[in-house]
Design a protein around this ligand. Sequence first.
Ligand SMILES: [Cu+2]
Length: 136
Amino acid sequence: MKKTIVSLVLGIALFGHTGSLPSQGQSPGAEQPGAKLIVEPPAPELLAKGLVSIQYRTENVRIMPVFGPDALKITPRVGHLHVRLDDAPWGWTYASGQPVIVNGLSPGRHRIQVELADANHQALAQNVVEFEVPQR
Ligand SMILES: [Cu+2]
């Protein structure tokens, strides 16, 4: 049997790849257009290998590893994702902009909740993907 592990690919090494930070001190986040989160179902060809790769995109929020109340003043708005697997009491934070990747799930039904949060961790939008990892 293939050895399985859970790996949470955070993409932390990609910090800074977008260049300079957005300007600060302009209009507060509440006056910006509404945040949207679009989450795609996992790619089936990867699911067959036990690899869950979830693509997503956001509108009116840029995913960046910038946190705290002061970051709410940044325009355009910045934020990150809160990801939770199978309604676990814990979750993890995604701030790289890369796909959400989980490896080594057991066969069967699973769900991943993706929440789009502002820089101060308040939810702006949420989406849930449900999928089945096939037997291998
Ligand atoms: Cu957060």
